[in-house]
Design a protein around this ligand. Structure first.
Ligand code: NAD
Ligand code: MG
Length: 380
């Protein structure tokens, strides 16, 4: 098993864990990209010796160029640099570990170049899932999910010859740090509290999304797009322990689940090695020493983001891009302490109510819906 990886978002949580997997499995790295962090990107470039390193921020790229002047690594910048890394001829696989809608155009570039996409950047499928999946089919690009729930479903679907036999996909949700809290108690949540996740260590945006349960809403839409499933065939259960990563219920009532320690290196690795499995760095699961497994219904009243995402999923068209853009802007305001925790759902709800929906949108219409949602949320 050999892979040459272009890693978009190498300095983030998924990016760093991808490099752990690459080192353990002996995969080579063709390109590394980050938004700003020059020092970490320099360290990664020295260790993995890619042909290209990209800092989207031009000033950070200029600094990186100086840092890497004694190496053969070429440095590029801007969104063009990201697109170049996504379509680099020497890479066979692109790991999309950028956060937010910024990952959409590079993912499309990688698809057009026929790469395997190890997809962590769920916002891409939320905003433009139908377009992305259609393009992947047209260009023969494989999309293999990195998100742990979708990887679990992907694993449970191996050997399924007829998707008509699938009755239901069941996504598990950890419930986040505020599971069991009332609406009233949630009103005073601070960014520091929201950034403490019980089971996973992740980037700031997805950690807040996990606290509002918007993350599960985004994953619901991601599952619809990845597996061409209607909303009524997907359900969500809260599973506090994050051991059962998701399940597939078949028409004969068999339920298949994938279990594992909460360690993203396993789904990252599977996205790279599929259809093969190889030994890797992920933690093993010790059944005799793991907590009892529990399952509960989500609280839609205390966590309105989840209901808003399901509503956008049913509306379809640009509604999911509006949901995502509004959420990205609202989470940024919350992290800057300019918006309360319940304010995130309020602003996303307003954006969904006020902005028009275009069905079967073009890429330009999707990007326009994203821009309009951000502007509305930011200037309220
Ligand atoms: P992170 O914030 O830790 O890392 C994000 C990476 O993207 C960094 O390298 C950053 O430099 C880069 N980046 C940020 N903004 C950018 C921009 N505008 N243009 C180009 N690059 C940019 O985030 P993360 O937790 O690693 O998550 C990455 C993606 O993976 C997200 O879409 C998230 O939903 C998804 N995901 C993450 C996890 C997890 O465990 N962290 C699990 C499942 C899915
Ligand atoms: Mg997930």
């Amino acid at each position: 098993m050999r892979r040459r990886i272009s890693l978009l978002g190498s300095t983030g949580s998924i990016g760093r864990q991808t490099l752990d997997v690459a080192a353990a499995c002996g995969f080579s790295v063709a390109a590394l990209t980050a938004h700003r962090s020059g020092a970490l990107l320099e360290e990664q470039a020295r260790r993995f010796q890619p042909e290209l390193a990209v800092c989207v921020d031009p000033a950070a790229a200029a600094d990186l160029k100086v840092r890497l002047a004694d190496t053969p690594v070429r440095v590029a910048s801007g969104p063009e640099g990201l697109l170049e890394a996504a379509a680099l001829p020497s890479a066979d696989t692109v790991v999309t570990a950028v956060v937010g809608v910024a990952g959409l155009e590079p993912t499309l570039a990688a698809i057009r170049a026929g790469k395997r996409i190890a997809l962590a950047n769920k916002e891409t499928l939320v905003c433009a899932g139908e377009l992305v999946m259609d393009q992947a089919e047209a260009h023969g690009a494989e999309i293999v999910p990195v998100d742990s729930e979708h990887s679990a479903i992907f694993q449970c679907l191996q050997g399924c010859r007829d998707r008509g036999e699938v009755r239901r996909l069941i996504l598990t949700a950890s419930g986040g740090p505020f599971f069991g809290w009332s609406r009233e108690a949630l009103a005073g949540v601070t960014p520091a509290q929201a950034l403490k996740h019980p089971n996973w260590s992740m980037g700031a945006k997805i950690t807040v999304d996990s606290a509002t349960l918007m993350n599960k809403g985004l994953e619901y839409i991601e599952a619809m797009r990845l597996y061409w499933m209607p909303p009524e065939k997907i359900s969500i259960v809260v599973h506090r322990e994050s051991i059962v990563h998701s399940l597939v219920e078949y028409c004969d009532n068999a339920v298949l689940a994938q279990l594992g320690a909460p360690d993203m290196r396993l789904p990252i690795q599977y996205a790279l090695t599929w259809p093969e499995r190889t030994p890797g760095p992920a933690q093993p699961l010790d059944l005799l020493n793991c907590p009892s497994l529990t399952f509960q219904a989500p609280d839609y009243d205390a966590f309105p983001c989840l209901g808003l995402a399901l509503e956008a999923a049913r509306t379809g068209g640009t509604a999911t891009a509006v949901l995502n853009g509004a959420n990205e802007a609202a989470v940024a305001l919350f992290l800057e302490e300019k918006l309360s925790f319940p304010g995130i759902a309020e602003r996303v709800g307003l954006a969904l109510k006020r902005l028009p929906v275009v069905q079967k949108p073009s890429l330009e219409e999707i990007l326009e819906a994203d821009r309009a949602a951000r502007a509305l949320v930011t200037h309220l």
